[in-house]
Ligand binder design. Structure first.
Ligand SMILES: Cc1cc2nc3c(=O)[nH]c(=O)nc-3n(C[C@H](O)[C@H](O)[C@H](O)COP(=O)(O)OP(=O)(O)OC[C@H]3O[C@@H](n4cnc5c(N)ncnc54)[C@H](O)[C@@H]3O)c2cc1C
Length: 305
């Protein structure tokens, strides 16, 4: 038997938690399903979010967000959603590892899975010199030596941005697959391009000290930026017919109300496209939570009990 809920939020990161705060304060019943420690911000050090004084640990922000959302009455279930489908009688059936809900409205806030290099040292040194976000972390690498790993425009763009901060930027790529328009600013920049090789290991104990390349040569660096594009966990969204953006198919298409093409389904945060920043995730979460609660109010007036 599925439990009825007004707004079911998939994802316990900044977008999901902010959506919960706004939906629950509009008197909707709210369940959040997601694992806070898997939020992209959890291991980050944040200094570009408004009202942060200096640098704040991402996990502290997430924990405060959970306390806030649950204090207002949202319920957090620390599991993954495994299945979602439209219910015949309206709304959506959502199944997690241990629970089953019949939700009037659903908010998808499941972030994006950043592609990993999958080399030794990467996991251990994430947040300690390994980064997946140039815009977030460039300021931590002033006058430092860094490498950017990637073949596509995200890597070239990231490397050029980093030249404004770091003392030396090396782009490591198997083969550049960027347009002529991107090659020109790369050629004009101070980025050192090492083509035809790849990183096979990231070295360091408590902080990155270097990288080992496929030819066994090594570079001493303080930071490794992995820019392999992003892969959205889109299976859940597309399983109920939610439309992705028509050009890249890498994020969920929404309008200004964070509505998707399916009535009652909203999306917010990284899953709804760039920039992958907390400020955007929180703003979109606010709109999605607000709009989902309004949607349920109207639905209740018609047929939802
Ligand atoms: C190393 C790093 C540093 C960063 N630094 C900054 C910074 O300084 N400033 C800044 O503004 N941004 C920064 N970012 C970006 C920021 O973390 C993201 O933009 C933000 O976390 C997006 O929030 P979100 O809620 O959309 O997704 P996330 O925070 O990624 O949360 C996704 C949530 O969805 C859940 N989820 C996934 N799949 C399922 C499923 N099947 N069922 C249920 N739940 C699911 C996860 O468990 C998680 O709780 C950084 C990111 C990284 C990786």
């Amino acid at each position: 038997m599925s439990e009825k809920v007004d707004v079911l939020i998939m994802g316990a990161g900044p977008a999901g938690l902010q959506a919960a705060v706004h939906a629950v304060r509009k008197k909707a019943s709210v369940v959040i399903i997601g694992r806070p420690e898997r939020s992209a911000i959890y291991r980050a050090h944040v200094e570009n979010y408004l009202c942060v004084n200096g640098v704040t640990d991402g996990h502290e922000m997430v924990e405060i967000g959970i306390a806030q959302a649950t204090r207002f009455g949202a319920r957090l279930i620390e599991e993954d959603v495994l299945h979602v489908e439209a219910a015949e009688e309206g709304g959506f059936l959502v199944r997690s590892e241990g629970k089953s809900f019949h939700a009037a409205s659903v908010i998808i806030a499941i972030g994006t899975a950043k592609k990993k290099l999958k080399v030794p040292g990467e996991k251990e040194l994430t947040g300690k010199g390994v980064s997946y976000c140039v815009d977030c972390d460039c300021n931590f690498y002033r006058n430092a030596k860094v490498v950017v790993v990637g073949n596509e425009s995200a890597a070239v763009d990231g490397a050029i941005t980093l030249t404004k901060y770091a003392s030396e930027v090396t782009l490591i790529c198997k083969e550049l697959t960027v347009s002529e328009a991107m090659r020109k600013p790369l050629g004009d920049s101070s980025v050192i391009v090492k083509q035809g090789t790849w990183v096979k290991e990231i070295a360091g104990e408590n902080a990155v000290t270097g990288v080992v390349l496929e030819d066994d040569s090594s570079l001493e660096v303080d930071g490794v930026f992995i820019e392999l594009g992003s892969k959205g966990p889109m299976e859940l969204a597309t399983s109920i017919g939610v439309q992705l953006d028509m050009e890249t198919f890498s994020y969920i298409d929404t309008n200004k109300k964070m509505e998707t093409n399916i009535p009652g389904v909203y999306a917010a945060g990284d899953v709804a496209g760039q920039p992958w920043q907390m400020a955007k995730a929180v703003g979109e979460g606010c709109v999605a939570g607000w709009e989902a609660a309004n949607y349920v109010k109207h639905m209740k007036r018609d047929k939802w009990e």
